[in-house]
Design a protein around this ligand. Structure first.
Ligand code: FAD
Length: 485
């Protein structure tokens, strides 16, 4: 395989991030990584003329803002650190099936995502373990339980409604999360676990802890209650959030990235990690690690918020953005594994209290002699997701005799250009930093799924932020043009 991941680690200047440690179990499928498949054949060259706008980071936020600006007639150059496009959307192959190392699930109720699906005529398919599980497993009071899905939902759903009973009052407008600021600030002092403790039975506590924490990728003690409620409100309330994001893109998320880039009309350069952004002269000057510089009227910084601290800003980045980045407050350190389980099994959904090594497991594919499951946990360092035996031991917390044939995982927390999984704020972050993370600084604009209006931590949020920031840049450049006569 191309040495893109290793090179990225070297470029970052961080020691000790080996390719093997990032790509747990992915060595076996090395050649199939999206770098060379879906994205092959795209231009990788530079541009002699100065662009109007430089976009930094080729995830959904960056690619969408680059496309929308180019479609408005601006000359756009996108600079991406890694040897592939897509960022935390990273499609590969596992056990002969489409595998998502990062984002997987989407809902047809996510307006920006669905617009892209329609725009490019993409096919979606249900994720069986979310949309139609037949057997559910759960852990409560330390004991493993299972039941047919219908029986499980009868006991699982009521505590979730109880937990989120005030969501409509605190977040009356999902797309303006701080409308009811006083109530949000009050709730934001609490973690999910603070409210979980108030539920009367252990089973109710375990269920609410799972459902309120797992979508934010952290343990309940580390999830802001207000952020969890804001996500529920983004889905459109408790019922809609329970129905959740239960589909996936048939050809993978990298295929959507590819469509956006093909349609984009902008130039991009891979393996171009940006090291500095300087606004002291005319325009904004961006320097990449090789020393090459680019100057434009405006810059869209579309890198994960956790990585901001690794770029030198002149003038300095606002203290608020720097605090979130340095504190790694915008992306979790969670585990994400896929495993192939031996034997025939009906589609399953398994949940556990949020602090356990895996707190969510669901069937994605049913093969002839085995099934593929997709699992999430709060801390990737708790076990080796690339080691079938370690993963088997963890899955046996639910299903005692299960046999794991092979497994794969990607350590987003060790990837220097992500420095975390997806955005799930801890207590206090939403009310204190939401606005500051979105605030332009001079001619530098900030797009990211981590600072989205709603659906922070989702592809939906990244696309929304790309659309919004492209509009803001256009308005600013347009009014400057009019001022100049
Ligand atoms: C394990 C996992 C599971 C997820 N599951 C889901 C899911 O099921 N559904 C869902 O909707 N979302 C999911 N997400 C979240 C989703 O992937 C992200 O919210 C979204 O893709 C973020 O897009 P982005 O463009 O904001 O950032 P990114 O995709 O991270 O893109 C940022 C880009 O910036 C680049 N970059 C960083 N630093 C520099 C630099 N100095 N110079 C140049 N480039 C740089 C990076 O290499 C990257 O390509 C998941 C994420 C993970 C990690």
């Amino acid at each position: 395989m191309a040495k893109s991941e290793t090179e990225s680690g070297t470029h970052s200047g961080r020691e000790g991030v080996s390719r093997r440690s990032v790509l747990g179990g992915m060595a076996a499928i090395g050649g199939a990584v999206a770098t060379g498949s879906a994205l092959q054949g795209c231009t990788d060259g530079g541009d002699a003329e100065a662009p109007d706008v430089i976009v930094i980071g080729a995830g959904f936020a960056g690619c969408v803002s680059a496309r929308d600006l180019a479609h408005r007639g601006y000359k756009v150059t996108l600079l991406e650190a890694q040897g592939r496009l897509g960022g935390r959307a990273f499609t590969s192959e596992f056990a002969g099936k489409v595998y998502e190392a990062g984002a997987l699930m989407l809902s047809w109720k996510e307006p920006f995502m669905w617009t892209e699906v329609m725009r490019y005529g993409l096919e979606i398919e249900p994720i069986v373990g979310v949309l139609a599980p037949e057997v559910c497993y759960w852990i409560t009071d330390g004991k493993a339980m299972s039941a047919p899905a219908e029986e499980f939902y009868e006991i699982f759903v009521p505590p979730i409604f109880k937990f989120f009973e005030d969501v409509g009052t605190v977040f009356p407008y999902p797309y303006a999360p701080l409308t009811n600021r006083e109530a949000v600030e009050k709730l934001d002092r609490l973690s999910v676990m603070d409210r979980v403790k108030t539920l009367p039975t252990q089973q109710e506590r375990d269920f609410a802890d799972n459902w309120a924490s797992a979508p934010l990728g952290r343990a309940g003690t580390d999830v802001g209650l207000a952020s969890s409620m804001a996500l529920t409100s983004a889905f459109g309330g408790v019922q809609a959030s329970l129905e959740g994001a239960s589909y996936r893109l048939k050809k993978g998320t990298s295929n959507l990235v590819e469509k956006i880039v093909e349609d984009g009309g902008f130039e991009y350069r891979l393996q171009s990690p940006v090291s500095s952004i300087d606004q002291s002269g005319t325009g904004v000057t961006v320097t990449i690690e090789s020393g090459e510089t680019f100057t434009a009227s405006a810059v869209v910084l579309a890198t994960p918020v956790n990585t901001y601290e690794n770029i030198d800003f002149t003038p300095p980045l606002s203290p608020e953005k720097l605090t979130v980045s340095k504190g790694k407050m915008a992306g979790g350190k969670g585990a994400h594994i896929n495993a192939r389980l031996k034997g025939k099994m009906p589609p399953l959904l398994a949940v556990a209290p949020s602090h356990m090594p895996l707190h969510l497991l669901l069937t994605t594919d049913i093969l002839e002699d085995s099934v593929i499951v997709d699992g999430y946990g709060p801390d990737a360092s708790l076990f080796d997701g690339g080691d079938p035996e370690a993963v088997q031991a963890v899955i046996r917390q639910w299903i005692p005799d299960v046999e794991v044939m092979e497994t794969v995982s990607y350590r987003w927390d060790l990837d220097p250009f992500s420095q975390g999984t997806w955005c799930g704020f801890g207590p206090g972050v939403l009310s204190k930093y939401y606005e500051a993370l979105r605030e332009p600084e001079g001619n530098v604009y900030f797009a990211s799924g981590d600072s989205a209006t709603a659906f922070r931590g989702f592809m939906e949020g990244a696309i929304e932020s790309g659309v919004r920031v492209a509009r803001d840049v256009h308005n600013a450049l347009n009014s400057r043009k009019q001022d100049l006569g």
